[in-house]
Design a protein around this ligand. Structure first.
Ligand code: AP5
Ligand code: ZN
Length: 213
C-alpha cells in the first residue's frame, strides 16, 4: 500500500508516518528529512538547500524528485508513506509517473486538516530525538523523563532551524500557494480522504487506520 500524507507544516504528518512505520512495516519517505540530511553534507547543493529551507521556501522540484526517485529503487516492504511530498503539481505528476513505471499505484491521499492557529503552537513547541527521530512537543507529547527519548533512551534532543514564527509564516504561504491545489487534484482523481488532524494523536492514528483498512 502506498499513501501520501498531505497537510500544512505541523499537521502531524511525521508523527503519523512514524506510527505507520512501527505498526505496518511501511517505509517513510520524508523529503524534509532527506533535505535535512543533504544540508549537513557540506556540498554546494547542501548549502543552497539549507538557505532555502531556513527561509521557509520550497526547494526545486528537480532536487526533491531526484531524491524520491533514488529511494523508490530500494526495498518496498509494506509500501511507501510519502510525507511532505508531493508539494507541487509537477511533483504530483512526477510521482504518478514514477509509481506507474514500477507497476505500483497510489492507494490513498490522506489530507490532515488543522487550523492555522494550532500550527504555531505545534511548531514552536516541537523537538525531536536526534538519535532515532521520534517527534515530541513541549506540551502535548513530552517524553516520560525530561530530556530522555522514550523510544531509544537517547539524550540528544534537537529543535529545527526553521521552527520559528517567521519561517512558519513563509512555509504556510508556500503551502497555500503551491501545495493546497493538490487537494483538488487528488479529489478529482477519487483518491482524497480527509482526517481531523486537530484530534489527539491516538485518535488521528485510529482515523488513518480506518481509511487504510
Ligand atoms: P518538512 O520537514 O516536510 O516540514 P513541514 O511540511 O513543514 O512539516 P513539519 O515536519 O513541520 O510538520 P509535520 O506535519 O510532520 O508535523 P509533526 O508530526 O512534526 O519540510 C521542511 C522544508 O523542507 C520545507 O519548508 C521545504 O523548504 C523543504 N521541503 C520538504 N519537502 C519538500 C518538497 N517536496 N518540495 C520542496 N521543498 C521541500 O508535528 C508537529 C508538532 O505537533 C510535534 O511537536 C508533534 O509532537 C505535535 N503533534 C503532532 N500531532 C499532534 C496532535 N494530533 N495533537 C497535538 N500535537 C500534535
Ligand atoms: Zn530516540
Amino acid at each position: 500500500m502506498n499513501i501520501i500524507l498531505l497537510g500544512p507544516p505541523g499537521a502531524g504528518k511525521g508523527t503519523q508516518a512514524r506510527h505507520l512505520v512501527e505498526t505496518r512495516n511501511m517505509i517513510q519517505l520524508s523529503t524534509g528529512d532527506m533535505l535535512r540530511e543533504a544540508r549537513t553534507s557540506g556540498t554546494d547543493m547542501g548549502r543552497i538547500v539549507a538557505d532555502v529551507m531556513d527561509r521557509g521556501e520550497l526547494v526545486t522540484d528537480e532536487i526533491v524528485i531526484g531524491l524520491i526517485r533514488e529511494r523508490l529503487e530500494g526495498d518496498k516492504a509494506g509500501g511507501f508513506i510519502f510525507d511532505g511530498f508531493p508539494r507541487t503539481l509537477p511533483q504530483a505528476d512526477a510521482l504518478a509517473d514514477l509509481l506507474s513505471s514500477m507497476g505500483e499505484a497510489l492507494d490513498a491521499v490522506i489530507e490532515m486538516q488543522v487550523d492555522d492557529a494550532a500550527l504555531v503552537a505545534r511548531i514552536t513547541g516541537r523537538f525531536t530525538c536526534g538519535d532515532c527521530g521520534e517527534v515530541y512537543h513541549d506540551v502535548t507529547h513530552r517524553p516520560a523523563v525530561d530530556g530522555v527519548c522514550d523510544k531509544c533512551g537517547g539524550t540528544n534532543m534537537k529543535r529545527r532551524a526553521d521552527d520559528n514564527e517567521d519561517s512558519l509564516r513563509q512555509r504556510l504561504m508556500e503551502y497555500y500557494k503551491k501545495t493546497s491545489p493538490l487537494i483538488g487534484y487528488y479529489y478529482a482523481k477519487g483518491q482524497l480522504r480527509t482526517v481531523d488532524g486537530l484530534a489527539e494523536i491516538g485518535d488521528v492514528q485510529k482515523a488513518i487506520a480506518a481509511v487504510l483498512d
